[in-house]
Design a protein around this ligand. Structure first.
Ligand code: SPD
Length: 284
């Protein structure tokens, strides 16, 4: 018989999403955040950080493919990739499959995210096994300041802009990301929901517009994230993700991403386009 226990993410003051619990697998307070692993009937094992859904076995492929492959397949030679955050290993899995990637460095502030992901989410943490991968448990904000003109691509797979991730949405951080990229480098960050956090999208867009010559927003559909519609923002020194040759995109055995989705994800609904014309920024 199914339990009637539910785990709930409060997405805003007015919106919550609940999942029926099969089993509570793990809970701890790490040095940085509250971490929980809960097996659910609808989505299988789910990772929660500070009570927000980070990933789950059923829909994780959408987020991990989309945050990784739009930039990787735009840059003609993405040999050296840095991931900030991403301690579950899903982004590493996607980038280590890419034939042009030679080196992938992951800098995650919370080692417990890595350890619990290896234990409870082996399908997602698969990327940690690749010989291309180097893992550093440290503060990404500090690491980025210490590395200049080094990376082809930087992927910011952060939690929501509260707690340890707030600094990953600041102008100072993005300026350091720009400096850590090579002269034709690109960055991509997860930038939340246009329905529930439109101000974050506007803030990141306006901040990156002041730093990078080219800024592009794209979107994907992730059922377990607030509102389901999720965005990513690219800051690029040279290459435009709208100008890829679909025939040149390698097949990396994806389940969501393909050359048509690459281009379609950059086509924005009008209400999202309007977020990019507002002049507001926020303080992080
Ligand atoms: N509200 C959810 C935002 C989570 C973004 N990062 C998820 C990490 C998955 N690798």
């Amino acid at each position: 018989m199914k339990t009637d226990l539910w785990v709930t993410e409060k997405q805003t003051d007015d919106v919550k999403i609940s999942f029926r619990v099969k089993e509570f697998l793990h809970e701890e307070k790490t040095d940085f955040q509250h971490l929980a692993v809960v097996d659910t009937y609808a989505y299988g094992p789910m990772l929660f950080l500070d009570n927000c859904v980070m990933t789950n076995i059923k829909d994780e492929f959408v987020y991990h493919e989309m945050i990784s492959l739009v930039a990787l397949n735009t840059h003609p030679n993405p040999q050296n990739v840095l991931v900030i955050g991403g301690g579950d290993g899903g982004v590493l899995r996607e980038i280590s499959k890419h034939p042009k990637v030679e080196k992938a460095t992951l800098v995650e502030i919370d080692g417990q995210v890595i350890e619990n992901s290896k234990k409870y989410f082996p399908e997602i943490a698969e990327g940690f096994k690749s010989p291309k991968v180097k893992v550093i448990v440290d503060d990404g904000i500090k690491y980025i300041k210490e590395n200049k003109n080094t990376f082809d691509i930087i992927i910011i797979d952060s939690t929501d802009p509260i707690g340890p991730a707030a600094g990953l949405f600041s102008a100072e951080f993005y300026k350091n990301v720009y400096a850590a990229l090579k002269e034709d480098g690109m960055m991509v960050a997860q930038t939340e929901s246009p329905f529930l956090e439109p101000e974050i999208i506007t803030h990141v867009n306006n901040t990156l517009q002041g730093i990078f010559p080219l800024v592009k927003l794209y979107h994907a559909y992730i059922p377990t994230y607030p509102s389901g519609m999720w965005t990513f923002t690219i800051g690029s020194k040279k290459y435009n993700p709208e100008q890829v040759d679909p025939a040149g995109i390698p097949d990396t055995n994806t389940r969501y991403y393909n050359p048509e989705i690459h281009l379609a994800s950059l086509v924005l609904p009008n209400f999202v386009k309007q977020l990019l014309t507002s002049k507001e920024t926020m303080n992080f």
